[in-house]
Design a protein. Structure first.
Ligand SMILES: Nc1ncnc2c1ncn2[C@@H]1O[C@H](COP(=O)(O)OP(=O)(O)OP(=O)(O)O)[C@@H](O)[C@H]1O
Length: 357
């Protein structure tokens, strides 16, 4: 006779590498069903983008199959994304992740778009808010330029537009191109406020916010206004960009927003002719920066013409070529971001957040 206790005991050898506890104590094992020699159960993770999902499935199958009397094991992997509990939420939104950079042109929007699509491909419910009011590039990159969102004037809500499984909103959908560029400060502030409060997102696991570049007052206000779970800092390897990135990190520190990590974009040049990679800029800068600030390098994204071409065409590389090497970088990044958010949300785990001063 196989018992539930036998199964739980067998599964308790599987350790979650982030929470450093076994999956039974963490409460991940659900719905155990035993029928003769057949066993079925569910492992419920804290995010559908869990990087060790398949490894857990394999280990669980192996551990339970090894029990005497078990002939068939059916493991169902599911997830319930943990929510950031530190501040008040935008209704329905479990986690808000800012994508930021210390200066413009480092590939922040390209990273945000590909990260959002990669995250959605894992089955997560994802939104992308373009808070880059002066230079909204999300509509073009998401293949939604020229589309207008529905506005319910009575309910005072804006319906986000959707493509590649990601719901998006941008000031670029609401005003003519280049018009926002001439707005004055108060108009920008009120437009941003509206995007933050009036969008009917529905249920989201992750809302990515493509922040305006730089570290001015507007950015600070935004981080204070939006209940941000954590920030992903995008930088390029050049020293000057890293210097700007430092300012970005310091800004989040002031706003008491934890840094989830650093993305080094354009870190290697991939030659479109021979496919070889060259480190054009100095190497190791992102690592040094991450050590200094006690955070992690989440990804090194190469400088690759396909990434730019696809972004310009409005089909992010992750959607255009999901099985490509380039897409794999963003998929790994999505896993790392999800992992860091889960850790961040698990209050019991003491990770080095950047709010410690
Ligand atoms: N890894 C990459 N490889 C090739 N081209 C890239 C890469 N990342 C970004 N680009 C290109 O670099 C340009 C700038 O990128 P992007 O608009 O994402 O930067 P940004 O930091 O959001 O800029 P801004 O802050 O001005 O909005 C774009 O043409 C984009 O296609």
């Amino acid at each position: 006779m196989i018992t539930e206790a036998d199964i739980l005991k067998a599964l308790s050898v599987i350790i979650d590498p982030d929470f450093k506890k076994d999956i039974v104590s963490l409460g991940f094992v659900k719905n155990i069903a035993i029928e003769g020699k057949q066993v079925a159960f569910t492992i419920e993770l804290t995010t559908p983008a869990c990087p060790v999902k398949e490894e857990f499935r394999r280990q669980a199958d192996e551990a339970v199959s090894a029990l005497p009397g078990v002939e068939k094991v059916e493991v169902t992997m599911s997830s319930k994304t943990t929510a950031s509990t530190s501040k008040d939420h935008i209704p329905g939104v479990a986690n808000i992740v800012a994508i930021a950079s210390g200066k413009g042109g480092v590939g922040k929007s390209t990273t945000a778009v590909n990260l959002a699509v990669a995250m959605a491909q894992t089955g997560a419910r994802v939104g992308l808010l373009d808070a880059d009011i002066y230079g909204p590039s999300i509509p073009r990159m998401m293949g939604l330029a020229g589309y207008k969102p529905e506005i319910d004037h009575e309910a005072k809500t804006i319906q986000p537009l959707e493509n590649y499984g990601v719901k998006t909103i941008s000031i670029g959908y609401l005003v003519e191109e280049n018009q926002a560029m001439i707005w004055r400060g108060p108009m920008v502030a009120s437009a941003l406020n509206q995007l933050l409060t009036d969008v009917a997102w529905g249920e989201l696991d992750y809302l990515f916010v493509d922040m305006p570049p730089g570290t001015g007052d507007a950015q600070l206000t935004l981080t204070q206004k939006v209940p941000v779970t954590g920030a992903v800092l995008v930088t390029t390897p050049q020293d000057i960009a890293l210097l700007d990135c430092r300012k970005g990190i310091d800004m989040f520190r002031k706003a008491r927003v934890p840094a989830l990590g650093i993305v080094e974009n354009m870190s290697q040049f991939i030659c479109p002719h021979c496919g070889k990679s060259s480190a054009i800029f100095a190497e190791g800068g992102a690592e040094r920066l991450s050590q200094e600030y006690k955070t992690e390098v989440l990804a090194h994204i190469p400088l690759d013409i396909k990434i730019r071409e696809k972004a310009d065409e409005g089909t992010p590389i992750v959607a255009a070529f999901p099985d490509s090497e380039q897409a794999a970088h963003y998929k790994r990044l999505a896993g790392e971001v999800a992992r860091r958010v889960s850790i961040q949300n698990n209050r019991k785990i003491d990770i080095p957040v950047m709010i410690q001063e």
